[in-house]
Design a protein around this ligand. Sequence first.
Ligand code: NAD
Length: 506
Amino acid sequence: MDATTTPKAQVATVKLLIGGQFVESKTSEWRDIVNPATQEVLARVPFATEDEVNAAVASAKEAFKTWRKTPIGARSRVFLKYQQLIRENMSELAAILTAEQGKTLPDAEGDVFRGLEVVEHAAGIGNLQLGELANNVANGVDTYSVLQPLGVCAGITPFNFPAMIPLWMFPMAIACGNTFVLKPSEQDPMVTMRLCELALEAGIPPGVLNVVHGGESVVNAICDHQDIKAISFVGSTKVGTLVYNRASLAGKRVQCMMGAKNHAIVMPDANKEQTLNALAGAAFGAAGQRCMAVSVAVLVGEARNWVPDLVAKAKTLKVGAGVDKGVDVGPLVSCAAHDRVSGFIDRGVSEGATLALDGRKPTVPGYEKGNFVGPTIFADVKPGMSIYEQEIFGPVLCLVGAEHIDEAIELINANPNGNGTAIFTQSGAAARKFQEDIDVGQVGINVPIPVPVPMFSFTGSRASKLGDLGPYGKQVVLFYTQTKTVTQRWFDDSTVSHGVNTTISL
Ligand code: NAD
């Protein structure tokens, strides 16, 4: 971790948000936030102290006393206002995001927009947080359930969607009547903080939303804290598994959305031009730093001959700084990410895969220090190679061949990850077989990145997810609430019972 101990006076500092105030951390541990296209230091982020984490949780606990009783309509109207403010500030939010994360400006707007959709969904909480009622379950007896907020909830988010993923979490949790402590990625927390400022402007009361920054020790403090009732985590499988185990042991609800190795099946009857476009966009967009990026294409039958066409398509993409017009592939988030991805490409070559397109060391005039890796394609990839087995999280597409659809499905189901997948075909029968037999959370049929819209929930299978309920959609209302079931009887003269009943009946 490249944290240092002294804040540089001339560089802005990212604040904590505690009790409705943006406050300077008293920590001695800071980390630079660096523009990945230029290496310019944009700001410094603190690694919060234990006292600061405790203060954030205490403020959320206090605010819960009143927020939990705030009428559903009042909660809903905060998010109606919030979605408006996000729209009005879209360009500024995208610019901050591109500067600290690297993705192109249109893609940064997409990052904000996919989060905005969840805010719109949160504004409809009146239709989502509904219980059930059964009339006359026994003579004069009704049973109904209410979905009540849990208390203080927390969110831990990754670097790759610094707008969308925080917005998956705190709007729905707060709309349900909870209060929240957010721990954004320490690599790019600035757009997240701007979104939090807008949330306060929209009317989220002091203490209802709090933010602490940091890494492992802050996350561990959140997992252990007795006043936190539920944790949403999005990030790598390694860290998510640690968080799930530690926080579950401390008695919390936990949902962890984790790593991926997303395969797309290309059937020989697929529309070739559309499929090549979809694969190139899904493999190389955001420099491959999407949990739903397609990182393996399984070419079935005659589609195995499409490698040169795919290479030609990938070569049309422009590598450059996210702020520049016409750029398709921005830099990787950090020098460490650049070195890791380049190392994978070296290993792919030494392990015997065919490097059909080499994206190492692209020329990007004016941005010589940027963390750029261009679109890279490996053909003849086999299970067992490290480029196949591990999540590269860069613009590297592995091509695997298969004789028929059954072999392709078997390969995907044998991979430990089950985040996203897609099939490209014009056959309804092949698409339906795929839908039925594939063991993956998000399934696309001629859709390369099938991230669900907010009326559904994001999901995941096998090693890509721990916990049963997913973020946003209907499932998250259950995640962020406690079901209370009430059975009631009111006596009048006709229903008064006589004598003691010692049986189990109502
Ligand atoms: P990461 O796991 O390194 O970090 C995620 C969060 O955990 C960050 O807030 C970080 O500060 C914290 N953290 C890091 N190391 C920790 C440790 N040792 N102990 C406790 N906390 C720690 O993930 P990342 O690199 O920021 O994001 C990329 C990963 O996230 C990829 O694996 C990607 O597939 C995954 N991801 C998954 C989804 C999904 O919905 N399934 C979405 C986006 C990203």
